[in-house]
Ligand binder design. Structure first.
Ligand SMILES: NC(=O)c1ccc[n+]([C@@H]2O[C@H](COP(=O)([O-])OP(=O)(O)OC[C@H]3O[C@@H](n4cnc5c(N)ncnc54)[C@H](O)[C@@H]3O)[C@@H](O)[C@H]2O)c1
Length: 234
């Protein structure tokens, strides 16, 4: 007898496989907690996935290798390829966009952790802002129609609006990690405008919190927030 959760998963998998049009998707942070599950779901629905991750040691890289091993055995694994590299490497990112016609970029690679970002702010701005910028520019140049960006609920920072609402300006982040993610949202907003000008396009921002990843502070169950959505489903 299947549990309700398992039944829902099966229904979800069936729906997505039936309704999705296959695409090639670039998943950054593919060896991470959310990235590896995202890649699995995309492969299961019939997409081709290129994963990019620098396998850094913010938490034990063995966990990331284990995620990749699991991916290599999952449904649709023949359509998965992995590139070990850095989102800040413009040459590498440019090459990937030359080699593949991405229908979607799912950008999950980031330096996470509010407390750690206070100790090492330069790294956080470099990866979360400059790395995101590199990807956004490559996507713009390649006319990639959809870009999904994972942001963070810590962007709400010192807001007086509780519970958080999407219409909050979110202009009081309290740590470099949060500020860099909020700034990345703005870069993505700008890209979204040029995507729309060029035809059907979408930039989705998700402000996530507490999913249970080993790399995040305050792990308390799963929530996610669709902040903005434009254009067609990705
Ligand atoms: N899990 C959560 O609770 C949560 C909460 C808020 C926001 N988020 C956001 O969701 C996204 C995914 O989070 P996660 O929990 O899977 O984190 P994670 O740390 O497990 O995964 C991130 C991956 O990005 C990779 N990465 C980091 N810097 C990179 C770089 N310069 N180049 C290439 N790869 C790099 C890491 O090696 C890692 O595998 C992140 O953007 C994170 O900020 C997650």
């Amino acid at each position: 007898m299947l549990s309700e959760r398992a039944r829902n998963c099966r229904i979800y998998a069936r729906c997505t496989i039936q309704t999705a049009v296959s695409k090639t998707v670039l998943v950054t942070g593919a060896a991470g907690f959310i990235g590896s599950h995202t890649a699995q779901a995309l492969l299961a629905r019939g997409d081709t996935v290129v994963g990019l991750d620098n396998l850094n040691d913010y938490y034990d890289p063995a966990r990331k290798q284990a995620n990749l091993r699991e991916l290599s055995h999952s449904l649709g694994a023949a359509h998965f390829s992995f590139v070990a590299g850095d989102i800040r490497d413009r040459e590498l990112v440019g090459r990937l966009f030359e080699q593949h016609d991405f229908g979607v970029v799912v950008h999950l690679a980031a330096m996470a952790g509010v407390r750690a970002s206070i100790e090492n702010p330069y790294l956080y701005y470099d990866v979360n802002l400059n790395g995101t910028h590199t990807l956004l520019e490559a996507a713009r140049e390649a006319h990639t129609p959809n870009f999904v960006l994972a942001s963070t609920s810590s962007a709400y920072g010192n807001t007086s609006v509780v519970p958080f609402v999407e219409t909050d300006a979110a202009d009081r982040p309290l740590a470099p990690c949060s500020a860099s993610k909020r700034a990345a949202e703005m870069l993505a907003f700008t890209l979204s405008s040029s995507l729309r000008a060029a035809g059907p396009g979408a930039a989705l921002f998700y402000r996530l919190w507490a999913s249970g990843s080993p790399g995040h502070d305050g792990l308390q169950g799963a929530r996610q927030h669709v902040l903005r959505e434009r254009g067609s489903a990705v």
